[in-house]
Design a protein around this ligand. Structure first.
Ligand code: NAD
Length: 348
């Protein structure tokens, strides 16, 4: 009863035309930011997270405490738990699901393949089944990844490009997720939006990502390992600041809401959409390190090695015209500014 009360309170909407959103992965990096942004503008938000120990669990607890202080309740549980999902949909008629829970990281997949199948495939199907049975059916916005472009050499990457060369098991599970969600869309009429995020960074970020671990190591005087691509070419990423990603997520939820109508009544066939959310200006890893050195006023001890065959792609670069046109997505934070905010956050 107490649990139900907390879920109901958290889902309460405090603005006219607002939505009630189930955010999976709410104790994660992107999930915590999106939950806060929605709550701040008056939407109802309930989080769901299994608090796994892929990286420092105390960071997830700290994000949870932050969310709790803004009246966002995070249910501790697994997305693959069908009974839990049924219970949640029974307590709240969610208008939207923002599905951000996943096993992230390309290298971890070498040692832990099954956690990718569990969290990125089995859990996704369990969630879609729950959405299918829910009344009203919520609109689903979920995180795919730029990694679906794999070894594509044509840049910038556009949504209509081939995605048939995944370079890691992580990428393969995201690609599979796109096929699975598309199938649920056309068979069961679920409204689905897939967002291909490009290397997201910022405060409250993920310690397993290079910008974060580089910063920590530089501060501690420890060496950093920089991978170099084939023929000595530097790796490059389209680093995208968290606030820009959050705006893209919220814009997608708003757009997805329009297509299903109020109360989930559908007007015509439910849409299936995929958008790139990137920054459109790739930066090489050595340049990233240079920016960090300047912000930290410290030199990195660099260890440059050839990239092992571990699933990293040489470069990423988003074409964001579709998201710009249809979601009003417009990234505004360049890497210099974004990294300054990350370094100032300081919880490293
Ligand atoms: P994150 O690891 O910080 O957050 C994911 C959260 O999901 C974690 O808190 C984890 O505990 C939770 N989780 C994992 N499996 C779960 C399960 N089965 N049940 C319940 N909770 C579970 O990662 P993030 O960086 O916030 O990424 C969010 C989403 O965006 C993920 O789907 C990720 O694949 C995708 N993505 C992220 C990036 C990036 O650069 N951060 C890039 C592309 C795509």
């Amino acid at each position: 009863i107490q649990w139900e009360k907390q879920v109901r309170n958290s889902a309460q909407i405090h603005r006219s035309g607002g939505m009630s959103v189930l955010v999976t992965g709410a104790a994660g990096f992107v999930g915590s930011h999106v939950s806060l942004a929605l709550k701040r503008r008056g939407d109802g938000v309930v989080g769901l997270d299994n608090f796994n120990n892929y990286y420092d669990p105390s960071l997830k607890q700290a994000r949870k405490a932050l969310l709790n202080s803004h009246n966002v309740f995070i249910v501790e549980g697994d997305v693959n738990d069908a009974r839990l999902l049924a219970k949640l949909f029974d307590v709240v008629a969610f208008s939207h699901v923002m599905h951000l829970a996943a096993q992230a990281g390309v290298r971890y997949a070498m040692e832990n393949p099954h956690s990718y199948v569990h969290s990125n495939i089995a859990s996704l199907v369990t969630l879609l089944e729950a959405c299918k049975s829910a009344n009203p059916q919520p609109a689903i916005v979920w995180a795919s990844s730029s990694s679906v472009y794999g070894l594509n050499e044509k840049v910038p990457f556009s949504e209509s490009d081939q995605t048939d060369q995944p370079a890691s098991l992580y990428a393969a599970t995201k690609k599979a997720g796109e096929e699975i969600t598309h199938t649920y869309n056309h068979i069961y009429g679920l409204s689905v939006t897939g967002l291909r995020f490009f290397t997201v960074y910022g405060p409250w970020g993920r310690p397993d990502m290079a910008y974060f671990s580089f910063t920590r190591n530089i501060l501690q005087g420890k060496p950093i390992t920089i991978y170099r691509g084939k023929n000595g070419v530097d790796l490059a990423r389209d680093f995208t600041y968290i606030d820009d990603i959050v705006k893209g997520c919220v814009g997608s939820l708003d757009t997805a809401g329009k297509s299903t109508g109020s109360g989930g009544k559908k007007r015509g066939p439910a849409p299936y959409r995929v958008y790139n959310l990137g920054n459109t200006s790739p930066v090489t890893v050595p340049t990233l390190v240079g920016i960090l050195e300047r912000h930290l006023k410290m030199k990195a001890k660099k260890n440059v090695v050839d990239m092992p065959g571990n699933g990293d792609v040489p470069f990423t670069h988003a074409n964001i015209s579709l998201a710009r046109r249809e979601l009003g997505y417009k990234p505004t934070t360049d890497l210099q500014t974004g990294l300054k905010k990350f370094v100032r956050w300081g919880s490293l």
